[in-house]
Design a protein around this ligand. Structure first.
Ligand code: HEC
Length: 159
């Protein structure tokens, strides 16, 4: 990404500065060396935090998009069950939430995995988002994630 490239360039400049001021003895000013070293360390810490935020970023579909009403039974359930994508593990008697055809709606709503009209606060949307690092198992494709997003935005109905 463009932003990351700029960060990398800045990082290189800092490393060069670190070498000039801290390692190669160009100056005898100890105070100065300390300050530069501190700045470099601080930069490294902020750079690391920046990376983490970038990885966790969830990109929602554009709210301006006009979408027809999403049907839970016809469009959401198949995401869970086709080729056992989720139901391989999330089914009756296995890991919660139970995403099997007959239990999925009840299981998601009673287990607080969905907050109606608020996809970003809904674990069933965020936890397995394509860009999320929370779930080490299967993730949604971006198209599937968008469908789940719209379904929740439209009130997370049992339709
Ligand atoms: C190979 C098994 C497996 C598959 C396939 C799988 N999951 Fe999971 N999932 C788990 C396990 C194990 C956990 C609990 C540990 C964790 O959070 O990673 C979990 C946790 C979750 C949670 C959070 C549960 C909680 O109590 O906080 C959600 C939501 C979830 N999965 C949704 C899904 C969805 C949606 C799919 C399909 C796109 C899916 N999972 C596919 C194994 C799986």
């Amino acid at each position: 990404m463009h932003e990351t490239a700029i960060k990398e360039q800045l990082f290189l400049i800092y490393v060069v500065l670190l070498f000039r001021f801290c390692l190669i003895d160009l100056t005898n000013n100890k105070q100065m060396k300390k300050i530069v070293f501190l700045l470099c360390t601080l930069f490294l810490i902020t750079a690391c935090q920046y990376e983490v935020i970038e990885v966790e970023l969830i990109i929602p579909p554009s709210p301006d998009d006009q979408v027809d009403e999403i049907s839970f039974a016809n469009e959401i359930i198949p995401i869970f069950t086709t080729n056992n994508k989720c139901t391989a593990c999330h089914t009756i008697g296995k890991t919660a939430p139970d995403l099997s055809v007959s239990n999925a709606f009840q299981s998601i709503t009673s287990g607080n995995f969905v907050v109606s009209n608020n996809p970003e606060a809904s674990k069933i949307y965020t936890y397995t988002n394509p860009s999320a690092t929370t779930h080490v198992w299967k993730h949604y494709s971006s198209k599937e994630a968008d469908l789940v997003y719209y379904w929740i935005n439209q009130g997370a109905k049992d339709n």
